[in-house]
Design a protein around this ligand. Structure first.
Ligand code: NAP
Length: 333
């Protein structure tokens, strides 16, 4: 299997490295410092599954340097870099059998289809998490028993879907082939918009705060549930119902069902549990703000705002979170 990761940062290096460990012929297209470090010392992956250095991997700084055809292309850049990255990789057109992306947005399949042709694109969602700890080094920060899903956009399961599912499972990334990948991707973005938008609107005024510290405050938990219910109202208006695909992290079913106060208690308990276990976690959107980096607000919360307008749904809390985050984002690079 030949795989090219176009824009290998944290998560792209994790997937590329894990697939290479299973014998795939992997090419990472990455920034020069990352490329130089990998070519000198291999790709190091540390974190929740131990420490490994992968040397059977190709790292290049421009798609122009890629050789041959590829069975899979994984687009790994942040959404804001998609257009420029695709423009810089036009040499790959006609050389990719199947393309997909783990980006947190609702447009990645359209972007890839416009570039490579819809027949080449499959759906992909993961909650596996990783960050670039330094050149040549990805830190694997989060894993779940089932963290990753692939599927054809027409709802079928084909050999190309099964092949990438199988190699991910061999690499100990818990992965499933799905007949409803579009729903999985929408549920993922609902969950991400919930956690990210809540953490920015509740915590970004005090950069020493972590998730649990805000969730265990009653008003913080009330804001979490109200905001979640409005996001879920849009998700449901698309014809879906919460499934908790990313359980046990996913709590959309619990957030959506029962009395408001019961859901608030659930959030308070989750926050208290994080505190008790010493978990000091932030969402990547909150982390972007702490580090002064542009966020993915338009890609993660924007779809709900725009879809609600289109469908005539009233979501005042989502609107407020979106506006607050846009103001903070406006002054970041
Ligand atoms: N990280 C996670 O745990 C996680 C989990 C699920 C989904 N996601 C989603 O996955 C996407 C990527 O996240 P990430 O955390 O892996 O981002 P990341 O660490 O920033 O990785 C993207 C990398 O691509 C590089 N890049 C940008 N344009 C490029 C180009 N034209 N050629 C080569 N390299 C290029 C970036 O370099 P510069 O930084 O120098 O621009 C960066 O190193 C996001 O949409 C995110 O929401 C992430």
């Amino acid at each position: 299997m030949r795989v090219i990761i176009l824009g290998a940062g944290g998560l792209g290096s994790l997937f590329g490295g894990r697939l290479a460990q299973q014998g795939a012929d992997v090419t990472l297209v990455a920034r020069q410092a990352h490329v130089d470090a990998i070519n000198a010392n291999g790709l190091r992956i540390s974190g929740v599954k131990g420490d490994a250095t992968i040397t059977n991997i190709t790292a290049i700084s421009s798609a122009d340097q890629a050789e041959g055809d590829f069975d899979y292309l994984i687009l790994g850049v942040k959404s804001k870099d998609t257009a420029a990255t695709i423009a810089s990789a036009s040499c790959l057109k006609g050389r990719i059998k199947t393309a997909c992306s783990f980006q947190n947005n609702t447009t990645k399949e359209d972007d890839l289809s416009d570039w490579l042709g819809a027949e080449h694109v499959i759906g992909f969602a993961t909650i596996e998490a990783a960050m670039l700890a330094g050149p040549g080094h990805a830190e694997h920060t989060f894993v779940l028993p089932i963290s990753t899903y692939f599927g054809e956009l027409d709802g079928t399961i084909t050999p190309r879907v099964q092949a990438i599912v199988d190699i991910c499972n061999a690499a100990e990334i818990g992965t499933k082939a799905m007949t409803n990948i579009k729903q999985v991707m929408w549920e993922k973005i609902t969950q991400i918009a919930n956690a990210a938008g809540w953490s920015v609107s509740a915590l970004a005024g005090n950069n020493s705060l972590f998730m649990g510290e805000g969730m265990m405050v009653k008003e913080g938990a009330e804001h979490y549930v109200q905001y979640a219910r409005e996001l879920i109202s849009v998700y449901k208006a698309l014809g879906y119902s919460p499934q908790n695909f990313f359980a046990p992290v996913s709590r959309l079913k619990e957030l959506d069902s029962g009395e408001f106060e019961e859901a608030v208690d659930t959030v308070i308990q989750i926050g208290a549990g994080m505190q008790k276990s010493g978990f000091k976690g932030r969402t990547s959107m909150h982390e972007d703000i702490v580090r002064g980096k542009k966020t993915e607000v338009e890609e993660t919360i924007g779809p709900f705002v725009h879809k609600a307008r289109e469908l005539g749904i009233d979501i005042p809390t989502v609107d407020a979170v979106y506006r607050i985050t846009k103001v903070l984002d406006y002054y970041l690079d």
